[in-house]
Write a protein that binds this ligand. Structure first.
Ligand SMILES: [Zn+2]
Length: 218
């Protein structure tokens, strides 16, 4: 037989537990059933501190922009793209597998690997007239990859050597959506240029709330 005091104590305990559970549920955004949790710390390391990071991944349906086929960008593929490939947060799947292969072949046929390597090599040294001419030519190129590498050369010249012509040229460019974030990161010195490594990012530490932060218990 329980005393009144004991009973009151138990009721209080249960009420506490219920309130705790409610409080925790309110703090934690619901992750949909079957979703794949994102490694938010890794994402922060890769992408610096953008205003948004995915907290989890769910399968996304889309139509191929070339042939119109119905496709699914799976949660696993998204995780691989954002966390392993370190792909842009602004990019999403737009082509089916076959069209992607065709598109890549087209890009490669229009883009010369030797020229790409040559442009990357220009990043490290103070620009001379021939380097400037090469970058200028690449900026006029039809290949987006070459235009991107040329713009990155300008950003690196400004960041490393305070090269004013490069800065002026960069300001006059209309930055393309696919590479504007990368240029921005270089200019804000969130990326380090090391031999042979093009994607080394520093973590920029300022507080920010992400959906995943609550999920991973921070
Ligand atoms: Zn397609």
């Amino acid at each position: 037989m329980k005393s009144n005091k004991q009973r009151r104590h138990e009721i209080k305990q249960r009420r506490w537990a219920r309130m705790e559970a409610q409080r925790e549920a309110a703090l934690r955004p619901a992750m949909p059933h079957g979703a794949l949790a994102a490694d938010v710390q890794r994402l922060e390391l890769i992408h610096g501190a953008p205003f948004w990071l995915p907290g989890y991944y769910v399968d996304i349906s889309y139509r191929c922009c070339d042939c119109g086929a119905a496709c699914v960008w799976t949660a696993q593929d998204q995780k691989w793209w954002y966390e392993q490939v370190q792909g842009s947060l602004y990019a999403s799947a737009s082509r089916c597998k076959d069209c992607r292969a065709r598109h890549r072949a087209w890009r490669q046929s229009h883009c010369d690997a030797a020229e790409m390597a040559a442009l990357r090599a220009l990043w490290r040294a103070r620009p001379d007239a021939s380097a400037r001419a090469r970058v200028h030519a690449a900026l006029q190129s039809k290949a987006p990859d070459l235009r991107s590498l040329a713009a990155q050369a300008l950003a690196w010249w400004w960041v490393q050597f305070g090269d004013k012509p490069a800065h002026a040229q960069l300001e006059a460019l209309s930055l393309e959506r696919s590479w504007a974030p990368r240029i921005d990161r270089i200019l804000r010195r969130q990326v380090e240029l090391r031999p042979g490594v093009h994607r080394v990012c520093r973590v920029v530490a300022y507080p920010r709330v992400t959906m995943g932060a609550a999920l991973s218990g921070h």
